[in-house]
Design a protein around this ligand. Structure first.
Ligand SMILES: [Zn+2]
Length: 362
């Protein structure tokens, strides 16, 4: 039993190390080498100066009127066209973001025990390990059931990682307490939208479990991981080829919506922001709720410790950009406590419990 566990642990930590090696780019030298060697659209990659800088200069406006940060709302307008879209009142149409609020649930669908904190927090003691939460976030309201990230389910991940307490993401959404009493449980076909924060296996793999959902993904993330990432000197650590194929198939089926850059309000009251290079073009999500703007950081902020100690995530292509993204989350969120990290089990202690693995973010 111990030997078996040791073998699993070796595979698991090798995978973590390989992934971390692929993504930890702590020195400017390695980063510039990476950038100069990565072709995109035939041009050398340059990290564009995010509009974060501009927004930081006017942080007070960003906090009080967050949609100021959304220069275009065309995606939200486009997204409300399909028949499945909610009926929007004329007042809401005049200023949809102000009228639309949602409720949000964090759903822990698995755990990975003995995970090294140093793979999450840059510079952490390698001896520190803990049981990380694997989470999807369900946003409900205005006739929509929106998932932020889709978890994983394909068999290869259960061979590569030690996974505990797994519930398939398409079944995790059906658990009691999510829908109001007397209403039927959510089914996979009830999910209208899935926002993928980044293409890592534990966030993107489940996107094809929801047959009616539109899949929202940053355009540059899609372009890079369906193409240049797999060329010589490309970087696809943490990306599973099955997930790339699934994404392309969904796009061919007309179900993918590519988000073009920062501060895009994709649905009324739901805005996607560029996330500070956790992957090629990771994003985080701002959601209007009755408590104000909630930020679903996903892996652009792995743990509360990142924010509290002001340290970048361990897996980023640009640590400075990641810190700027975290600073910006503080400006955008109604309160720092409404910034929800990607893998922190404390989320399930800090918010109102529906069960041991589901909380309401409020
Ligand atoms: Zn993750």
């Amino acid at each position: 039993m111990i030997a078996k566990f040791a073998a699993v642990a070796v595979i698991y930590f090798s995978a973590v190390a390989a992934s971390a090696q692929a993504f930890v780019v702590p020195t400017p030298e390695i980063l510039s080498q990476f950038l100069e060697n990565q072709p995109l659209h035939g041009q050398p990659i340059r990290i564009q100066p995010f509009r974060i800088n501009t927004l930081q200069a006017s942080s007070s406006q960003a906090e009080s009127t967050p949609t100021d940060a959304a220069p275009t709302k065309t995606m939200a307008a486009q997204a409300t066209q399909p028949a499945a879209a909610p009926v929007v009142s004329s007042a809401a149409q005049a200023n949809p973001s102000a009228a639309q609020t949602y409720e949000i649930f964090a759903i822990r669908y698995a755990s990975i025990p003995d995970f090294p904190v140093s793979a999450l927090i840059a510079g952490a003691d390698p001896a520190r390990k803990f049981n990380i939460a694997m989470t999807i976030w369900l946003i409900r309201g205005n006739g929509r059931n929106i998932l932020v990230d889709s978890g994983f389910y394909r068999p290869q991940f259960f061979k590569q990682f030690k996974i505990d307490a797994f519930i398939k993401p398409s079944e995790a959404i059906s658990q009691p307490g999510i829908m109001p009493a007397g209403q039927p449980a959510l089914k996979p076909e009830d999910i209208t939208d899935v926002v993928i924060t980044h293409m890592h296996w534990d966030h993107a793999d489940g996107m094809d479990l929801f047959p009616n959902a539109r899949i929202w993904l940053q355009k540059d993330e899609y372009t890079y991981y369906t193409g240049p990432a797999w060329q010589e000197k490309g970087n696809h650590g943490g990306i599973d080829s099955d997930d790339v194929l699934a994404t392309v198939k969904l796009n061919l089926a007309g179900r993918v919506r590519l988000i073009n850059g920062d501060a895009q309000e994709i649905l009324p009251g739901i805005t996607c922001y560029i996330g500070g290079k956790h992957t090629f073009q990771s994003q985080f999500v701002g959601v209007n709720t009755k408590a104000g703007i909630v930020i679903l950081a996903s892996d652009n902020m792995y743990l509360y410790e990142n924010l509290e100690k002001h340290v970048p995530i361990a897996q980023t292509l640009d640590a400075d950009s990641n810190l700027r993204a975290q600073d910006r989350m503080k400006q955008l969120a109604a309160s720092p406590r409404l910034i929800v990290p990607g893998h922190d089990p404390l989320v399930f202690e800090k918010f109102s419990k529906i069960s041991a693995t589901i909380v309401r973010i409020e």
